[in-house]
Ligand binder design. Sequence first.
Ligand SMILES: O=C(O)C(=O)C[C@]1(C(=O)O)C=C[C@@H](O)C=C1
Length: 361
Amino acid sequence: MDKETQLAELRREIDGIDAKIVELVDQRADVVRRVGELKGATGTAVFRPERENLILERAASLSRNFDGPAVKAIFREIISSCRALERTTTVAYLGPAGTFSEMAVLRQFGSSVEARPCSTIADVFRMTENSRTDFGVVPVENSTQGTVAVTLDLLLDTSLTIVGEVSIPIIHNLLTRSGDLSKVKTVMAHPQALAQCREWLSTHLPGARQVSCSSNAEGARIASEDDSVGAIASHRAAELYQLGIAGEGIQDWAGNRTRFLVLGHHPTHRSPEPGKDKTTFEFSMVNKAGALFEGLEPLARHGVSMTHLESRPARNGAWEYNFFVDVEGHIEDEAVKKALTEIKAETAVFKFLGSYPKALD
Ligand SMILES: O=C(O)C(=O)C[C@]1(C(=O)O)C=C[C@@H](O)C=C1
C-alpha cells in the first residue's frame, strides 16, 4: 500500500472514531438533560463545582496519551455544553473581554456561559448580589503582588457565598499588530503588568515609553489600531484583538499566579472525596494581647489545618483588624463545624464566607 492510500485509510479511521465521540457526547447530553429535569423538579442548583472537579480529575487520570491539563480542557468544554442544556449560566467578571478575570471564568465554567464584563470589582459583587447574574468571579490574591484588598473588604458585607476558586498562571506577552518589536515606540498595559515585566522591558524595549491604562485588554485594543504601540496582555487578548506575539512569557517571575473566587447564591456541597474542600471565614476581636491566638485556638484543638491568614484594618480607627482565614475541609465536616462554632462564640464579629472545592491545577 502506498503512503497516500495509508494516509487516506487512517483518516477514514479517524472519521469513524470522531463520529463515535459525537454519538457518546450526545448520549451524555441526553442523560444530563434528565439530571436537569430532576433538579428543576426539586429546585436544586444546576452548577455543582465539586462534582465537576471530580469528573475532571477522574478523566485526567484515565488518559494514556495526554497530560492532566489537556484532558481537563476537553472535559471542561463537554461539561460546559452539557450544563448549558440544563440552564444558561450567567457570570459577572472584571472586564473587558481578554482580561485574566475572563480567563478565570472560562477556566471555571468553560465557554458555554454568558460572561458579562463589569468595570469594577464592586460592580461584579453588585451585579451578582442583585441576581442579574448567577455568579461573579473576582481576583483575590496574586502570588507576587499579594492580596486584592478591595475584594476582601467587599466580602465583609456581601450576601453572596464563595462557591469555588480558580488559580491561573499569569503569563504576560508583548503583543503588536505587526508582530514586529522594532516598530514599538510605546508600551501600554495596566500598571501591575508593567511592574511585573520591568526587567524584560528594560532589556528588549529600553527606549520605549511606558504608558499605564485601565486594563491590559484596553492596551491590546489600542495596539490593534497602531503599529507603534505594543501591549502587555494574555494569549486570549492576542486572539480577541488579532495581535501578533512579539515576546512570550515576558513576566519577571515565572511562577506568577492569580487566585480568583467564584461567588454565588447557593452553598456548595461537600466533595465526595476527602481533602478536596476548603472553607473561608472572617472574624474580628477586641484589641488585646493574645486575641488572635485565642480566636484561632479551636482550630488546633479540633485538628483543622489553617492554610491562609490575612488581616485587613477594621477601619474603625481603633487599630483593630478583620482576619480572613482559609482552612482545610468543608463546613459539613464535624471537626470544621465544631471549630467554627466555637470561634464564632468567642469573637466579636464572625462571618462564614463559604466552603468550596479547592482549585484544580
Ligand atoms: O451531575 C450533575 O449534577 C449535572 O448536572 C451534570 C453535570 C455534567 O455535565 O456532568 C453538569 C453540571 C453540573 O455542574 C455537574 C455535572
